[in-house]
Write a new protein. Structure first.
Length: 295
């Protein structure tokens, strides 16, 4: 029986994770309702601007009673709420739950930066994905349409990142929208092999800003040294668009869900497609399996 290691699976590495690496998560339950920035937790407005902070809201929640509401259609500026990191190299998974109301207008973005903050406007962006309620499209900046938004329910946005291999993938509602994008040069050349910020951005008043998009259960977790939910595949997956090798029936497939016990795992996994395991072009279609273990 093979154990598959791929972009969506637990990454293998010959390097040990530096002690400075630390997982981060926030479910927004510890905050009072209202402006999040004065309440601690590491959140701040873009480049320290106190007028563009998102608000803790109880209007929607994926877990618990609260979430972070980002608005770009009103106020002195569109909400532009930042959480700083300083992770150097390694393999990571960023995840956040997103909620776009059925009657929402405008656009909000999930942004991860490899350089922030700097002087002289030398910031550098890696992941810039726009959720546009008006067009119904998921767009990777500046204008690449990679999928369709889902309204009226919570949807997971997930980005497996391999900084050492200079690539990341984009998953939305469990489906691969784009794979193998350069971490350092996705938006502009000259980026660095680091993760320095998460930016939840509501665009601007008068510029298509969102009337309200909600975020919950945000996390950035290292994929080294942990355990993940393992699934035994029911049948062969199909290689598409030049992928050289895909998981076969009986293989163990490691999901991005970390676990301490099998009780932490879903009983079954069903994905339309995942990135090619060898890191090359293409993807593997139809991943279906039954829970085998936590390991």
């Amino acid at each position: 029986m093979r154990k598959i290691a791929c972009v969506l699976c637990l990454a293998a590495s010959a390097l040990l994770a530096p002690a400075a690496w630390a997982d981060w998560s926030d479910d927004f339950e510890r905050y009072n309702l209202g402006d999040i920035c004065p309440q601690g937790g590491g959140w701040e407005g873009w480049e320290g601007n106190p007028n563009v902070c998102g608000e803790v809201s109880d209007e929607q929640a994926n877990s618990g009673d609260k979430s972070l509401k980002i608005i770009g259609a009103s106020g002195p500026g569109g909400d532009d709420t930042v959480q700083r990191f300083d992770e150097n190299g390694g393999q990571w998974t960023f995840s956040v739950q997103t909620f776009i109301p059925d009657d929402a207008q405008g656009k909000a973005s999930v942004i991860l930066m490899n350089t922030y903050p700097t002087t002289g406007n030398n910031n550098n962006w890696s992941v810039v994905v726009e959720l546009n309620a008006d067009s119904g499209q998921v767009v990777r900046w500046p204008n690449l349409v990679i999928g369709n938004v889902i309204k009226g329910r919570w949807v997971e946005f997930q980005t497996p990142i391999d900084i050492d291999a200079d690539k990341f993938d984009i998953y939305y509602d469990g489906q691969l929208l784009e794979g193998g994008v350069s971490w350092r040069d996705a938006v502009a050349p000259g980026g660095q092999p680091r993760i320095q910020a998460l930016d939840l951005y509501g665009s601007e008043p008068g510029g298509g800003g969102t009337t309200g998009t909600y975020f919950d259960d945000a996390s950035l977790k290292s994929r080294l040294g942990g355990t993940n939910c393992q699934y035994k595949l029911k049948k062969n997956s199909k290689a598409k668009k030049g992928c050289g090798s895909c998981p076969r029936k009986g293989d163990l497939f490691a999901s991005e869900t970390s676990c301490e016990d099998v009780k932490d795992c879903k009983k079954k996994i069903s994905l339309k497609q995942v990135a090619c395991p060898d890191g090359g072009q293409g993807f593997c279609k139809k991943i279906k399996g039954k829970l085998d273990s936590c390991g």
